[in-house]
Design a binder for this molecule. Structure first.
Ligand code: ZN
Length: 117
């Protein structure tokens, strides 16, 4: 799927826009790629989109897979990780989602959840 740098640049200079539908929690989002990003995207779609959101590839994939939810950080009395999601979560934007890590559900003192505004 290699594309010529000059071709991409020429297309970009001619006003052609490169739109990709990136996966995000809750669906897809159109992202306009620069000529430079087009080349990166062809080699590494997830990494390129992740960079757009200021995240690593792993963070990006986890963000999408979790649907923007963050699991409660508490350990239950039986020794397992609490399966609840933190208060106020769900389809959070990447920045909020990253900040919300380490927060707690309502049962485990969600009042202190970083996501609370
Ligand atoms: Zn919990």
């Amino acid at each position: 799927m290699a594309a010529e740098t000059n071709t991409i640049k020429a297309m970009s200079d001619a006003g052609i826009r490169f739109l990709v539908s990136a996966r995000v929690p809750g669906g897809g989002r159109d992202l306009n790629l620069s000529a430079n990003e087009v080349e990166l995207y062809l080699k590494d779609p997830n990494g390129t989109v992740a960079a757009r959101f200021g995240a690593s590839t792993n963070e990006y994939l986890e963000w999408v897979a979790s649907d923007g939810d963050v699991q409660c950080a508490a350990t239950t009395t039986s020794g397992h990780r609490c399966k609840n999601f933190i208060s106020g979560g769900g389809q959070m934007e990447m920045d909020d989602w990253k900040k919300a890590h380490g927060g707690y559900c309502a049962v485990h003192g969600g009042e202190g959840a970083p996501h609370k505004k």
